[in-house]
Design a protein around this ligand. Structure first.
Ligand code: PLP
Length: 394
């Protein structure tokens, strides 16, 4: 009999009912150190007082009005994002995949309105992830996401990760945009080198192509900059944001330059919930804390300590691990043992991590993880690795 919850997930046997900071507690009283943060979502940990009060204060005022009317909280958050980034304008949605839908629509509409109606094609990267909607799976490609769901949204070409020449060769006069994650998340914490992002920006400028960055996972302070592309000193035309921006409340956004967004006039796009007062009140509170130079410097400092510890872990367990990847607090343990075994052994040691493709275990802790929690995390991961190692030997 089919479960009452559609069984699209293999769930681990823990039911979390309470959280505080980097800790989660199950319904049977077990406490876990959370290095997954709801897949890079809870950037300020669980039940952060500023977010709790932003949400509860807004809940006392007004929950929802729709975008038929002005939403002061939405205006506030849009202004914060525009102030802090390359963007001139923001559209709010509720998830990363919805951000992908608009990013694709926006790019196509841009060329349509400029009289280049054939320019509809989008170049994308193999191993990427852009969400589970029709545009999201078509953009990411790959059998795992798309098999059985055809016909797929047309107009996407997929190029190998890190192959600048192949990407350059794929550009034609129907190319509208390149969509890329500065650091592939689901794909196994694979960073695009800064030089390559610069090269991509140049390539786009040279051919009049729009650069769409998917910062759904790597954005919102995760790498120690507010957005990961800042490390490369480039700016996109369009950027997808979600996950961390709501700190645990569903919120997504598309940020864009005035030029790239020029086709998106009244009536061209919408969302009933998008930019809802509750979501934007929380998003504003997140930005208030994360978009701060001192906070971001702290992320980099913590990330340095964590990474150093992980390098030690890899050195101590050469049978289990191969190396450390990533940037800031978006870290990956490339495994030799099956990554699922490492994640499971982590459960036994009361530490949560997240598997990714490429046999990687993702470490995506709250950005405000404490120094002693990093030490505890490393101890628990060491315990887990020891258990996996014993399993390999037996
Ligand atoms: C998670 C993710 C998405 C999809 O976000 P949802 O909120 O699950 O729709 C898109 N792109 C990237 C890079 C992601 O990590």
């Amino acid at each position: 009999m089919i479960p009452s919850i559609l069984p699209t997930y293999n769930r681990a046997p823990m039911n979390f009912v309470k959280g505080a900071g980097t800790w989660l507690e199950t319904d049977d009283g077990r406490r876990f150190l959370d290095l997954g943060a709801g897949i890079a979502v809870n950037v300020l940990g669980h039940a952060h007082p500023a977010l709790v009060s932003a949400l509860t204060d807004q809940a006392q005022a007004v929950w929802h009005t729709s975008n038929l009317y002005g939403i002061p909280r939405q205006q506030e958050l849009a202004d914060k994002l525009v102030d802090a980034t390359f963007a001139d304008t923001v559209f709010f949605c509720n998830s990363g995949t919805e951000a992908c839908e608009l990013a694709v629509k926006m790019a196509r509409k841009y060329f349509y309105d400029n009289g280049q109606t054939d320019r509809v094609d989008i170049l994308a990267i193999e191993g990427s992830f852009h969400g589970r909607s029709s545009a999201g799976i078509a953009a990411a490609g790959g059998e795992k996401l798309t098999k059985g769901f055809g016909p797929l949204l047309p107009g996407f070409t997929h190029l190998p990760f890190g192959d600048h020449d192949a990407l350059t060769a794929a550009i034609t006069d129907t190319t509208a945009a390149i969509i890329i994650e500065p650091i592939q998340g689901e794909g196994g914490i694979r960073p695009v080198p800064d030089q390559c992002l610069k090269g991509l920006r140049d390539l786009c400028d040279e051919h009049g192509i729009l650069l769409i960055l998917d910062e759904v996972q790597c954005g919102v302070g995760r790498t120690g900059k507010l957005f990961a592309h800042e490390w490369a000193g480039i700016e996109p035309d369009i950027m997808m944001v979600a996950k961390g921006i709501g700190g645990g409340f569903p919120l997504g956004a598309v940020l864009a330059t005035e030029d790239a967004a020029s086709g998106m006039v009244a009536g061209t796009h919408g969302s009933t919930y998008g930019g809802n007062p509750l979501a934007c009140a929380v998003g504003s509170a997140v930005m208030e804390i994360v978009a701060d130079a001192e906070f971001l410097a702290d992320v980099s400092r913590r990330a340095g300590a964590f990474r150093q510890g992980l390098e030690g872990l890899v050195a101590a367990h050469p049978d289990v691990f191969e190396g450390v990847t990533g940037s800031g607090l978006m870290l990956g343990l490339k495994c030799k043992a099956p990554n699922g075994d490492v994640v499971s052994a982590g459960y036994d040691s009361a530490v949560l991590t997240v598997p990714a493709a490429d046999n990687v275990v993702r470490i995506l802790p709250p950005l405000n993880i404490k120094d002693d929690e990093i030490s505890q995390a490393l101890d628990r991961l060491d315990q887990a690795a020891t258990a996996v190692s014993k399993g390999l030997a037996s």
